[in-house]
Design a protein around this ligand. Structure first.
Ligand SMILES: [Cu+2]
Length: 213
């Protein structure tokens, strides 16, 4: 009886001293020796989404011409490019988006994951007017005809001094200038309705439209 009571007391103490929520979870980062970079959990699965909290990351940098660079809210850590090394990082992830990459090969060797439930990223659209009498609005290269309501980034490529790009619709009225070329990014929130875009000097000919639902 005394023994069982003692065991129970020890268990209570242990669970108070290291509550599961505060225990660091292990992650495993690897870069090289080839052109590969990865971040996996203890089950070997690629990390795409994590809960906020403390993590211990074992980083194996297996190459003397790659590195592992992790960045995001509150974290910016990197191994050395010219060194083969294994290091352990203690980090605390908070809600947001994190990226890992190899700095010398950042366009091809990279990955990303989210922590918690950050707000979704705005969708990117590309608006192009000119150099001839053409005007387009595309998403991933396809002409936009309908969109869901929400936040968008419109990259406007005004390629003609004879034209501008002028977008109008519910709550939106934005334009580039006639007489110059320009590339700008607009952050817009598109609500339900019909949107029209024109080049003002030739609004009858150089125009398009799309519907937001
Ligand atoms: Cu590299």
């Amino acid at each position: 009886m005394r023994h069982r009571l003692l065991t129970a007391a020890v268990c209570v103490f242990a669970s108070l001293a290291s509550p599961a929520a505060a225990q660091a979870e292990d992650l495993f980062a690897t870069v090289g020796p080839g052109f590969t970079i990865s971040l996996r959990n203890a089950q070997g699965q690629t990390v795409t989404q994590l809960d906020p909290g403390p993590y211990r990351i074992v980083v194996r940098d297996l190459s003397d011409f790659h590195n592992f660079h992790l960045s995001g809210p509150g974290v910016d850590l990197a191994t050395d490019v010219g060194t083969v090394e294994t290091v352990t990082w203690e980090v605390t992830f908070v809600e947001g988006r994190y990226t890992f990459l190899c700095d010398p090969h950042a366009t091809q060797m990279r990955g990303a994951f989210t922590v918690g439930n950050p707000p979704s990223l705005p969708v990117r659209l590309v608006a192009t007017v000119g150099p001839r009498n053409t005007i387009t609005l595309t998403r991933n290269g396809a002409r936009v005809r309908t969109l869901g309501a929400g936040a968008y980034v419109i990259v406007v490529r005004d390629r003609s001094r004879r034209h501008n790009f002028h977008l109008t619709g519910p709550g939106v009225n934005r334009r580039t200038a006639v007489g110059r070329t320009d590339t700008v990014a607009w952050n817009v929130t598109l609500g339900a309705g019909t949107f029209r875009y024109v080049s003002d000097p030739q609004a009858k000919r150089v125009r398009g439209s799309f519907v937001v639902r």
